[in-house]
Design a protein around this ligand. Sequence first.
Ligand SMILES: CC(C)(COP(=O)(O)OP(=O)(O)OC[C@H]1O[C@@H](n2cnc3c(N)ncnc32)[C@H](O)[C@@H]1OP(=O)(O)O)[C@@H](O)C(=O)NCCC(=O)NCCS
Length: 336
Amino acid sequence: MDPADHSAAEPAYGPLRDGDAELVSDLVTRMSGDGARLRLRDKSADYYRWMYEQNPAGRAFVHSARLGDRIVASFALAPKVFLVDGERVLVGKTMDMFTDPEWQGRGLMRRCTDSVFDEAAGAGVAGWYVTPSVNSYPIFTGRWGYREEFSLVYRLRVLRPGPLGGRARLPTGVECREVDRFDEEADKLWARVAPAHRVAQVRDATYLNWRYVANPDHYDLLELRREGRLVGIAVLGRTRRRGIGVGELMELVHEVDDRAALRHLVRAAAARAERNGCRLLQAWSVPGTRLDARLRRAGLRWRRGEVKFLLSPGFPGTSAADPDAWLLSQGDGNDV
Ligand SMILES: CC(C)(COP(=O)(O)OP(=O)(O)OC[C@H]1O[C@@H](n2cnc3c(N)ncnc32)[C@H](O)[C@@H]1OP(=O)(O)O)[C@@H](O)C(=O)NCCC(=O)NCCS
């Protein structure tokens, strides 16, 4: 059969089945062949097993269109525990929206998204956020009424090998250590950090250990202590963008008014990234917010690019439209 002649075959639709991690991995890998722009992270079956099946907030909602032994379209939504206006709510992050080019424009994605959104809403997911590609942006905003309440950019710092050989200069009594995982001290830190943010994913030890320790990708976990007490957490990922090693600041958890902690976390992460051979360090930031001003003062001065960030109709909380309400970092996304 001519591969473009689909008249004889109709895909079958349905939720995630055993063995689909391999098939989704195969689809996404085929699709992002020319698109370093579209995906930066690991696309292995292990990654999909981790993301879809091991999330402590719940299994992902995944629906696919299959033809024989292949998946030709797939869409997923991962549940996330958020605090919104002081309430613990389940929201979602959409991901892995791909239709095989031979099958695009025939309503496959519509079928997959409808099923995922119905199932997620039925399971109590109150709303979701999307970081769309150039291809999916017009679908979400134009056809489905998603809101772009604010813009999101990268703030970055150029790393130059310094005299300390990739070690951070920190004041006496302040220490930054690498750890293998987070424990109950991270929970206590999060309990002190959370009240200052009206919309934020719960960054407790359970979440952080799933996101960065159980993840098949590698991350550096940094704990900042002042007189022995945990006052900050930074998580550093690594990518190559346009041939340059980039340290990706996945997390910067600290009490919002503790500017010294933020400065020291950025300094320590920069030193670690330098040791990893990176030339740039970057973090997500929402321009014009208080957190953005603080990040710039902490040394992430330059602005680069934009990450489109959309909220579904019905995303909970009156604060969600206010960019100053949000604590957002690259860990909330799924490109790294
Ligand atoms: C984006 C993509 C997933 C769409 O898949 P698809 O199977 O072709 O989509 P469908 O045919 O089901 O169309 C879905 C809806 O989007 C609309 N749509 C599709 N392309 C569109 C476009 N370029 N602009 C506006 N609307 C569009 C369709 O009309 C339909 O809306 P409706 O059901 O309200 O009529 C597919 O083009 C793709 O895989 N692109 C490359 C990878 C990518 O960018 N993925 C997004 C990553 S976040």
